[in-house]
Design a protein around this ligand. Sequence first.
Ligand code: F6P
Length: 358
Amino acid sequence: MKKRVGILTSGGDCPGLNATIRGAAKALYERMGEDVQIIGIRDGYSGLIHGDWREMQPNEFSGILTMGGTILGTKRTPFKLMRVIGDDQVDKVAAMKKNYKEMGLDCLLCLGGNGTHKTANLLSKEGLNIIGLPKTIDNDIYGTDVTFGFHTAVDIATEVIDRIHTTASSHRRCMVVEIMGNKAGWLTLYSGVAGGADIILIPEHPYSIDNVCAAVERRAAQGKNFSILAVAEGAMDTEEARIKRKERMARRKEAGYTNATQRIADQIEAMTGFETRVCVPGHMQRGGSPSAYDRVLATQFGTYAAKLVEQEHYGVTVAMHNNHIVANELSEIAGKSRLVPEGHGMLDVARRMGISLG
Ligand code: F6P
């Protein structure tokens, strides 16, 4: 009997989703040929809940290696609502189990970030055969050294910081580049170092605006009449770090700000006299073709997932650990996230380079 393998992509997209899908599919066909049927589920868990799926053909996995986005579509279906019955009266968990059965699945590959993995773990506990694959530009999935999508986003954000240098220098301005990452600062830290930012602010390391301005003035005293700041969208100052997110957002709104970056820019201008601008590359960091690094990683992860299917090794997610691809138990990693720890080597690198961390 044919093995029936479902695939879905859930949460925010990133470059490398299609490369991972392709890696898994090609490796499955290579080993099992006619004995495998892949079922594509549309828009992540939403498609699993509503029975939006179709049997896919091998040629659908050709020509997608370099494609950004996801051929399956994706959606954010919050984990916290999975057990909540909404206005539509749908019991989401029961519906997912029913549709899994109706599709005749032997297992389901769930490509996604932290939220996706929480639901993957829930489904695994409910008795479904699940294999996770770690996707996110935030690089914050617990138990893996790297996620696919991260390095492409680092390349994009680095290019932004590179380009900002010339205009900052001609106008003798401070430029604040807002990098994605609400809780995790990996993307800001790596692109900041790669792009030669002068100041890097990440959520894990609350800043003091006095330190930020002192860094700008120190550079000015050295004859460097411009400064580049790489600031994570989730950056917060030391005062804000003491209060809950909700209160933080309310206070910012009251002061006329939705994010930290514009406020930082205004404060720098007021405190140092440097004209300051904000640049928000936003979702560009998640768009377009995956880098060579991410294509390789996606192919490694995808082929490893195919191996797990063959071995019927379920309830796990694929991960990179010390340069080896491994399978982590979903129950071990779900609900945890991997933030930049104080004392991380890259923070030390930044400090030694004279980069201010605020
Ligand atoms: O999780 C990836 C991410 O790009 C975060 O860095 C960012 O905070 C968030 O998604 C943006 O989400 P959305 O695409 O739903 O606006």
